[in-house]
Design a protein around this ligand. Structure first.
Ligand SMILES: Nc1nc2[nH]c(I)nc2c(=O)[nH]1
Length: 260
């Protein structure tokens, strides 16, 4: 564990007044409304005050780490994340997860907004991630860290989520660098190689969490149907608006899963 990870974990513990948080949840683009489902935070720490964190550019709670209590568990809500397309390397993108695990997290829940590739997916639908394709060509690991990624997305957490909401479907998430969306030909390629969802985050956070033995649950919010699935061009503003509408509902799902 590097010094900056230890310093970041110590900052979270001292500023929240809580020695260990057993769960960490990353609330991605459009998921900020989900935070309300977890109740009033007992602490809100600006990411700019935590060593190694890159504060996202947006306003409001985004760019903060919130400490909340859910069913007696201390939970960290990471309001936003860094992305490769912002010019950060994979280790920087994964730093908040390594920090959360150093601060006690044994369960990491990663949410994101993604494009839906599989036929029948609907905008506003939450999809559990069953596995991922890391198409970024990058890794948050370096050196001889040969991490096993079988069942990287914990089957028992996925079963728990389905028990809470039996309508939940599962899908394989393709992580790409972006920032451009895919061409229709690239979406046909992704479908051919088994991707059901595509996005620009999550895979490096999952690898980092697994490298330190934390269990991972991933949930994508389908905020657009991927390029070429419909005839319509992709518009990022519409994409985020859809996400925000659905995130509050899915925040309750996450709070129920954490409370189990
Ligand atoms: N690469 C990629 N990332 C995305 N993020 C969201 I929201 N939608 C998409 C999409 O269609 N493709």
């Amino acid at each position: 564990m590097t010094v900056v990870i230890k310093q970041a974990a110590a900052t979270i513990a001292s500023r929240s007044g809580i020695r260990e948080h057993s769960v960490a949840i990353v609330l991605g683009s459009g998921w900020q409304q989900a935070a309300a489902a977890f109740g009033t935070p007992t602490a809100s720490i600006p990411m700019s005050a935590i060593p190694g964190f890159v504060p996202p550019s947006a306003a409001g709670h985004v760019g903060s780490v919130l400490s909340v209590e859910v069913a007696g568990k201390a939970v960290l809500l990471m309001m936003g994340r860094a992305h490769l397309y912002e010019g950060h390397d994979a280790a920087t993108v994964a730093h908040p997860i390594r920090t959360a695990c150093a601060a006690g997290a044994e369960t990491v829940i990663l949410t994101n907004a993604a494009g839906g590739i599989r036929d029948g997916m609907k905008v506003g639908e939450a999809v559990l991630i069953s596995d991922h394709l890391n198409l970024t060509g990058r890794s948050p690991l370096h050196g001889a860290e040969f991490v096993d990624l079988v069942d990287a997305y914990a089957p028992e957490l996925r079963e728990l989520a389905v028990a809470v909401d039996p309508t939940l479907q599962e899908g394989v998430y393709a992580g790409v660098t972006g920032p451009q969306y895919e061409t229709p030909a690239e979406i046909r390629m992704l479908r051919t190689i088994g991707a059901d969802l595509v996005g620009m985050s999550t895979v490096h956070e999952t690898i980092a969490a697994r490298s330190v033995g934390a269990r991972v649950l991933g949930v994508s919010l389908v905020t657009n149907l991927a390029a070429g699935v419909t005839g319509a061009p992709l518009n990022h503003a519409e994409v985020l608006a859809e996400g925000q509408a659905a995130a509050a509902r899915i925040g309750r799902l996450l709070a129920d899963v954490v409370a189990q």
